[in-house]
Design a protein around this ligand. Structure first.
Ligand SMILES: [Zn+2]
Length: 287
């Protein structure tokens, strides 16, 4: 065991396994989801032994990945060693990254661990569907957190469930350096159901959100409003992303995330996500 606290919960046909782990930098929490024979995302390597233990009684027969980051793909190789040569489906554009990345910056490794590279992944594309044995998951293109990010969506008994990976964040100003604000707002709206169907948001990090319609609408509207402010400030103010972030958000105090992440998670990255949205990988750091 790796010392995690594991919490299980059920949301329609989905089983969530949430792993909490103490680190010198605070508690790291990440989730994976199970529906039928399929596991969605695999967490980071520090939770590997607990994940294997949690799945051992009824191992999955297939893995779907929402995107390339180490807290989603880290345990693919481990799960294959324990449960056989599972087919693993990943966004087409992310496969080369997943198959070659074995190191991440130290602050990320402290939270999520270095990933173990895994070979022979199968590409999928937005619009593809996966029948998990009763529940059909649709891959929906949802860039914004990172290019080519995918959410998996299923409509079950009049309820829409969205496995949103890292698309939704409750702290949008602590933006990831591969972000694109306009794309993120559009992705939030793309997940909304038609008519009055309720939406349950099942994220990797943070709690499950039962009122997903309001949550994603308000998040998209916030992004639109804040993007307007950034554009206005850029028209008459300083030119670097970091200086603009200081002008707009300095009253909030020091940007702690910027300091510990070397700019990968920062208000400057949010400003850049508006003014120069990232749409290809790899991304540079904000200026
Ligand atoms: Zn991510």
């Amino acid at each position: 065991m790796s010392g995690c606290t594991v919490e299980g919960s059920v949301h329609g046909p989905f089983h969530r396994l949430s792993f909490l782990r103490g680190t010198p930098m605070g508690v790291a929490q990440m989730s994976v989801y199970r529906v039928g024979d399929t596991l969605i995302d695999t967490g980071g390597t520090p939770i590997g032994p607990d994940l294997v233990a949690a799945l051992a009684g009824d191992p999955p027969r297939r893995i779907l990945l929402t995107h390339q980051h180490e807290d989603h793909v880290g345990n693919v190789a481990l799960l294959r060693r324990h449960f056989g040569a599972l087919p693993v489906h990943a966004p087409r554009q992310h496969i080369v990254i997943i198959e070659s990345t074995t190191r991440v910056p130290d602050y990320r490794a402290a939270f999520w661990g270095h990933p173990e590279a895994s070979r022979g992944l199968l590409p999928y594309d937005p619009g593809d569907e996966f029948d998990t044995g009763g529940t059909v998951l649709e891959a929906v293109l949802t860039p914004g957190h990172t290019p080519h990010h995918v959410a998996f969506v299923a409509n079950v008994s009049g309820v829409r469930y969205a496995l949103t990976g890292d698309l939704y964040t409750s702290k949008p100003l602590e933006a990831w350096y591969e972000s694109a604000a306009e794309d993120m707002a559009a992705s939030h709206r793309r997940l909304l159901p038609k008519g009055s169907m309720p939406l349950v948001v099942l994220p990797t990090h943070g709690r499950v959100k039962e009122d997903g319609v309001t949550l994603l609408r308000e998040a998209a509207d916030w992004l639109d409003r804040e993007a307007e402010r950034v554009v206005r400030a850029a028209a008459s103010g300083p030119t670097s992303h970091r200086a603009l972030a200081g002008t707009l958000y300095g009253h909030l105090g020091p940007d702690v995330a910027d300091a510990y992440s070397g700019g990968e998670i920062s208000r400057a990255a949010f400003v850049r996500s508006v003014l120069a949205p990232v749409r290809t990988l790899p991304a540079s750091l904000p200026t």
